[in-house]
Design a protein around this ligand. Structure first.
Ligand SMILES: [Zn+2]
Length: 113
């Protein structure tokens, strides 16, 4: 049996999309664990470093210098957020599983046509 090229292209595109969702989801979960690990390590070592603006000794994980108010921006990014990675990871995998079940259903009806 010969299938319509655009239908096959659609199936391949959909399969790629599902794969991308799973990869993104796994990256989110890996990022979450990495952030938890970093946070725990940071709490244990409590490394100090001089502020690049005023030279005051501040925590290496500080977002804002308590002495001069210099903003570092670290720890506030979405990729650095444990909750953010958790949400991205589980939402992507959830959608991935939903899309996979839809895909398999479509595939079954498709091949028995
Ligand atoms: Zn400072």
């Amino acid at each position: 049996m010969i299938h319509n090229i655009s239908e096959i292209f659609g199936m391949v595109f959909f399969a790629g999309l599902i794969l991308a969702l799973f990869v993104l989801g796994l990256m989110g979960i890996a990022g979450m664990f990495l952030n938890i690990y970093r946070r725990l390590k940071g709490l244990r070592t409590k490394k100090m470093e001089p502020c690049r603006s005023c030279g005051h000794s501040i925590s290496s994980s500080a977002i804002v210098c308590p002495n001069c108010g210099e903003h570092y921006g670290r720890g506030s990014g979405f990729a650095n957020s444990i909750i953010g990675c958790f949400i991205v990871g589980f939402v992507c995998i959830g959608i991935g599983f939903y899309a996979l079940s839809e895909f398999l259903e479509t595939f079954e009806t498709f091949s028995f046509k």
